[in-house]
Design a protein around this ligand. Structure first.
Ligand code: GLU
Length: 293
């Protein structure tokens, strides 16, 4: 259960590109929920990707939010400054026996998945074919001594078995809210994601781990975000159960799509808020463009 009585909401962009109309909808939706619930509204910078994140994009986020008239509370949590909290959570998962190192290269994984015609995850990526699951302790030790890079993966079968114990027979699910005040219980099926990466090679965390640790650290009661992350919530709920973290409520909003029906990409500069502002768009124009009147 949420640990604070006052609702807490957040907008959690990754500074990997300029904010676009999709982000505007996300920020404005989160803020609208916060106002409706009388809650607090936080911004979290999800900058765990050292290659793709940049200070310029972070500055752009605050400029765009200020221009959109979206106020946020200080201090802003920057994930790159809290790597130790993710390491601690990963260590807890290791102690629970649900993480294992995988040394396989992208290429090895791609080849094995192709050979096995591996099924695909909800994002369309081939499922990890289990290459290094169950590797002998001696081999792990040897490879680590040699300094081979590795990721830490969730052993999905073990994780689900353990979660079942933690839940004592209750189902793994989450509550999805809609704009009309309706609630729906969504049953989770994290198995369709396979043995997801919990710690990457380059950083000791991943999107899934950081988002779960931080939603708890910031006492987030309502997660509002795009529909593209709906299926990922299954993994988040699983991690919350394993790490004994509270379950927020969720509201996944519609996505802004381009003319061909595809979700807007960060690379689509023509819909970036800075670009639209530069050619004279107003806040009201943006609201209209994202379907909020
Ligand atoms: N950082 C993610 C993104 O920009 C959003 C994470 C979330 O809201 O859970 O897509």
């Amino acid at each position: 259960m949420p640990t604070t009585s006052r609702p807490v909401l957040r907008f959690a962009p990754s500074p990997n590109g300029p904010l676009h109309l999709g982000h505007a909808l996300s920020a404005l939706t989160g803020l609208a929920w916060a106002r409706r619930l009388g809650g607090r509204f936080l911004v979290r910078i999800e900058d765990i990707d050292p290659e793709r994140s940049s200070e310029a994009y972070i500055e752009g986020i605050f400029r765009d939010l200020a221009w959109l008239d979206v106020p946020w509370e200080e201090p802003v949590l920057r994930q790159s400054q809290h790597l130790e909290s993710y390491e601690a959570a990963a260590a807890q998962l290791v102690r629970l026996g649900v993480l294992y190192p995988c040394f396989a290269s992208r290429r090895e994984i791609a080849e094995a998945s192709a050979a096995l015609s591996a099924p695909r995850d909800p994002d369309g990526a081939p499922l990890y074919p289990g290459l290094h699951r169950g590797m002998a302790t001696e081999e792990i030790a040897l490879r680590r001594r040699r300094g081979e890079p590795f990721v830490m993966r969730l052993d999905m079968t073990r994780a689900l078995a353990l979660a079942e114990e933690h839940l004592g027979g209750a189902p793994l699910d989450f509550t999805e809210l809609d704009d009309e005040g309706g609630q729906q219980i969504i049953l989770c099926d994290p198995r369709r994601w396979g043995d997801v990466v919990i710690q990457r090679k380059d950083v000791p965390t991943s999107y899934h781990l950081s988002v779960v640790v931080d939603d708890a650290a910031q006492d987030i009661t309502h997660v509002t975000r795009g529909r593209d992350l709906f299926a990922a919530t299954d993994v988040h709920r699983l991690l919350q159960v394993l790490l004994d973290l509270p379950a927020p409520l969720y509201a996944h909003h519609r996505l802004i799509v381009d003319e061909s029906g595809r979700k807007l990409a960060k690379s689509a500069r023509d819909t970036s808020l800075a670009e639209l502002r530069a050619v004279g768009a107003t806040r009201a124009d943006i609201r209209r463009m994202v379907g909020l009147t």
